[in-house]
Ligand binder design. Structure first.
Ligand SMILES: Nc1nc2c(c(=O)[nH]1)N[C@H]1C(S)=C(S)[C@@H](COP(=O)(O)OP(=O)(O)OC[C@H]3O[C@@H](n4cnc5c(N)ncnc54)[C@H](O)[C@@H]3O)O[C@H]1N2
Ligand code: MOO
Length: 399
């Protein structure tokens, strides 16, 4: 038997970051930037107004009050996008809109609310210091500044930032394409009737969704029957479109452990010191990583989070870190098998710190308790029981 860490390290040693790809901005959503993006010009590129109002020479309005307004002639309008180079002499004002370039000579903006809104002449009832409501060139981003570093997942704010520095395309690590397939003669498609001894197939739906939550693109393949030839044929067909393959089922000790039969030699099968998820396999087929996860649904899901998710992160050029982990106080006693790292389903609540409530049932076929969990309580290999009130590490499941 090998440890969880040994198996994870073996997997991480076998996967590499996908080669970078040049994509149009919106196609790059959710991918990971492979090169730093920097600003070719300062942002804003020019001094501009932060308010709709009047560009003035601050000293002209120094004495303005409600009782004694300053009246200035309005010589024109400066709007956002105005290409004309405007200038203002002392004693004059121009209407200016938010984002419009400051006219040369003006050094403050008076918001329209402090005036009578006049178009030929304007009455200004409050003074303002030089620089008032002016957004300076470069005060958001300096010329040459890196605005999004390599290794950043591109979400909405980063895509906005990259567009704002004038880039239409970016070099990214693409989302890993992951084919997900279940094996088992007992499995029936959801939506079809069940005969005796049959169950509806669920792992492939769960794992395909988990791939997407980990930043990949999941392709669900229909269930493969318990024939080693079928598994091999399926893999040969799928490898052309896959950066990785996940199978579920057929890896333990049964007479029909078809994945094991089909892939021995390519994939190495191990017992890993964890519960759930003891029977595991990993290997490379023509250089493509193949994860053979156990068939029990909770085992398959926990295996995905512990082993496959970090590997998919590495393929995206991200650190292969585990799911975010918090310290929490147990609300009830738990028992754990000696020598195995136990991942127990639980629910987290927060009030002056986290409390975690272990699910009442923890069988690896009991999917309902996973569907209502939001966390996995980690009980280390050398701990066999923990009382209510003990502090534990808890992995938060993707929200
Ligand atoms: N003699 C032993 N038996 C078992 C051992 C062992 O060490 N010695 N390990 C047990 C553990 S732990 C696990 S986990 C399972 C793993 O078995 P397999 O990976 O071979 O999976 P199957 O036998 O195909 O299925 C197990 C279980 O899960 C259900 N299943 C499978 N695929 C799906 C799916 N896609 N959707 C829903 N449910 C699925 C299947 O019907 C079985 O009930 O082995 C133990 N046995
Ligand atoms: O390890 Mo199995 O995955 O406990 O049910």
């Amino acid at each position: 038997m090998r440890t969880v860490d040994e198996h994870l390290n073996d997997i991480l040693g076998g996967v590499t970051a996908l080669p970078p790809l040049d994509l149009a901005l919106l196609e790059a959503r959710g991918t990971v930037l492979a090169e730093p993006v920097s600003a070719p010009v300062p942002l804003p590129p020019f001094d501009n107004s932060a308010m709709d109002g009047y560009a003035v020479v601050a000293s002209d309005v120094a004495g303005a009050t409600e009782a004694d307004p300053v009246r200035l002639p309005v010589v024109g309008d400066v709007v956002a996008g105005d290409p004309a180079v405007s200038a203002l002499r002392p004693g004059l004002t121009a209407r200016i809109m938010t984002g419009a370039p400051m006219p040369a000579g003006a050094d403050a903006v008076i918001p329209v609310e402090w005036t009578d809104g006049g178009t030929a002449h304007v009455r200004i009832v409050r003074s303002a210091p030089p620089g008032h409501y002016i957004r300076r060139a470069g005060e958001d981003v300096r010329e040459g500044q890196v605005v999004v570093p390599a290794g950043t997942r591109l979400r909405a704010p980063q895509l906005g930032m990259i567009a704002a520095v004038g880039r239409a395309r970016v070099t990214v690590r693409p989302k890993p394409r992951v084919v997900v397939v279940s094996t088992g003669d007992e499995l029936r498609e959801p939506g079809s009737p069940l005969g005796h001894g049959h169950i509806w197939e669920s792992n492939s739906f769960m794992l395909t969704a988990a791939v997407a939550e980990a930043g990949g693109v999941g392709y669900r393949h229909s269930t493969v029957d318990d024939e080693p030839g079928s598994v091999k044929d399926m893999l040969e067909d799928q490898l052309v479109r896959a950066d990785a393959v996940i199978t579920s089922g057929g890896v333990s000790m049964g007479s029909r452990d078809v994945v094991k039969e089909a892939l021995t030699g390519t994939v190495k099968f191990h017992k890993v010191g964890m519960r759930p998820g003891k029977p595991q396999g990993f290997g490379l087929m023509d250089g493509t990583p193949i994860f053979t996860l156990p068939g029990n649904p909770v085992s398959a899901y926990v295996s995905f989070q512990v082993f496959v998710r970090p590997a998919l992160r590495a393929m995206q050029g991200l650190p292969p870190e585990p799911l975010p982990t918090v310290k929490a106080v147990l609300s009830g006693d738990v028992k754990s098998p000696a020598g195995l790292r136990h991942f127990l389903r639980g629910r987290l609540t927060y009030e002056d710190g986290y409390t975690v409530d272990p699910a009442d049932v923890q069988g690896s076929h009991q999917l309902a308790s996973l569907a209502s969990a939001d966390a996995l309580i980690i009980v280390p290999e050398d701990v066999e029981s923990l009382p209510a009130g003990a502090a534990v590490d808890v992995m938060r499941l993707p929200a």
